[in-house]
Design a protein around this ligand. Structure first.
Ligand SMILES: [Zn+2]
Length: 116
């Protein structure tokens, strides 16, 4: 079963303070990684998630460093009716992670999926 990122923050299981909540970046990495390992168990030994566009591995440090991207641009939901604004902007836009590395496929250099 694939997890969805819920509005409830997850407690950070790796923190020395078990009551510390994860940041949104930590939470997204945790959920995406858990889904990846549930689908492809051979990723259990790697602390990575996959770019949904090109399947490049993205490390936790890269996610914490800002690999997040809104699926729907934030300005699109600015004009949402007030009745929808009880839902956070991040939830209305959806969040994913995209790679920020150039990669080489054969003789071809592919650009990263998002600019810095
Ligand atoms: Zn990518």
């Amino acid at each position: 079963m694939v997890d969805r990122i819920t509005p409830n923050k997850l407690l950070n299981p790796t923190s020395t303070n078990p009551t510390r909540y994860m940041s949104i970046k930590e939470e997204i990495f945790h959920v995406l990684r858990r889904n990846l390992v549930a689908t492809f168990s051979f990723y259990a030994s790697k602390e990575v998630v996959l770019c949904p566009v090109c399947f490049t591995e993205i490390t936790k440090d890269e996610v914490l460093g800002g690999a997040l991207e809104h699926i729907i641009p934030q300005n699109v939901v600015e004009s949402d009716p007030d009745s929808l604004k009880v839902i956070s902007k991040n939830q209305r836009c959806g969040i994913t992670v995209l790679c920020r590395q150039r990669r080489i496929w054969g003789d071809e250099i592919k650009e990263r999926c998002i600019d810095r």
